[in-house]
Design a binder for this molecule. Structure first.
Ligand code: G3P
Ligand code: MG
Length: 251
């Protein structure tokens, strides 16, 4: 069957916003990425206890907020009281954990393209994917910024695609599996997102030669980024877009 066209990927994608420059997965982080010149951002989405998609990486609140305990156990109302910026620096104190809908509004406002990573708490794959895809199907503008959904979870990718078949999907892996091509085909994915520490530039070159866009995460060293881009990587997902953008060859 026909697959949705790949979005126009940029060579630099801000990781969790611009993770080294602003608290990850916050609205301030999305704004910071844009301010630093990124045209794409990646961020993680999971569900609150009451089923609301929010931007959050960890299963627990402890690392990135002043709260404690399981992310899946807190309601949006309680989560909204937490500080998700103070751990990063005083300048970002009182930054909140944004809802996915709030993030979408900012992305549209800033014309910032998004790699939405569905990051379900284990056991919540289906609900998380359905909620994320439903919001995108309902509220992402047809003529809006580019959009690419990814996940490590095959269950999440399958459910999201069933909910929003017209969107573009990427398969997230640590190490590229030998059966990457059939796996992508089975899951309806058009891009492959691999961990740079487990992926050699030569491997990127051979996959790119098949016409498959490869994105590497999380590359914070400009010469490493250059090597992957030279090998044919489509994008570098980075905590430091300001350092990686100059490494991109603007011919
Ligand atoms: O989407 C790329 C990357 O973000 C995947 O790893 O743990 O940073 O979400 P993680
Ligand atoms: Mg991520």
């Amino acid at each position: 069957g026909s697959r949705p066209a790949m979005p126009g990927l940029a060579k630099v994608v801000g990781h969790r916003g611009a993770r080294a420059r602003a608290p990850e997965n916050t609205l301030a982080g999305l704004r910071k990425a844009a301010e630093l010149g990124a045209t794409w951002v990646e961020f993680d989405v999971m569900l609150t206890a009451d089923g609301v998609p929010v931007l959050m990486h960890d299963d627990t609140l402890d690392r990135t907020t002043n709260g404690q305990g399981s992310t899946a156990a807190i309601t949006l109302a309680e989560l909204s009281k937490l500080d998700a910026g103070g751990y990063f620096s005083a300048a970002f104190a009182n930054e909140r954990v944004p809802t996915f809908k709030e993030a979408i509004d900012i992305l549209i406002d800033l014309h910032l393209a998004a790699n939405v990573e569905i990051k379900p708490v284990p056991g919540h794959e289906r609900q998380t994917a359905h909620a994320v895809a439903q919001i995108l199907a309902d509220s992402w503008p047809a003529i809006g910024p580019d959009l690419l959904i990814s996940s490590f979870s095959k269950t999440a990718l399958t459910e999201a695609r069933a909910t929003a078949p017209a969107l573009a999907y990427g398969l997230l892996v640590e190490e590229v599996p030998a059966n990457w091509a059939s796996l992508m085909q089975e899951l309806g994915c058009t891009s492959l997102h691999a961990w740079h520490e487990k992926t050699a530039p030569e491997e990127v070159a051979s996959i790119a030669a098949e016409g498959v866009p490869v994105l590497l995460y999380t590359v914070n060293d400009p010469s490493c980024a250059s090597a992957f881009l030279k090998a044919g990587a489509a994008s570098i997902i980075t905590d430091v877009p300001d350092l990686i953008l100059p490494a991109v060859d603007h011919r």
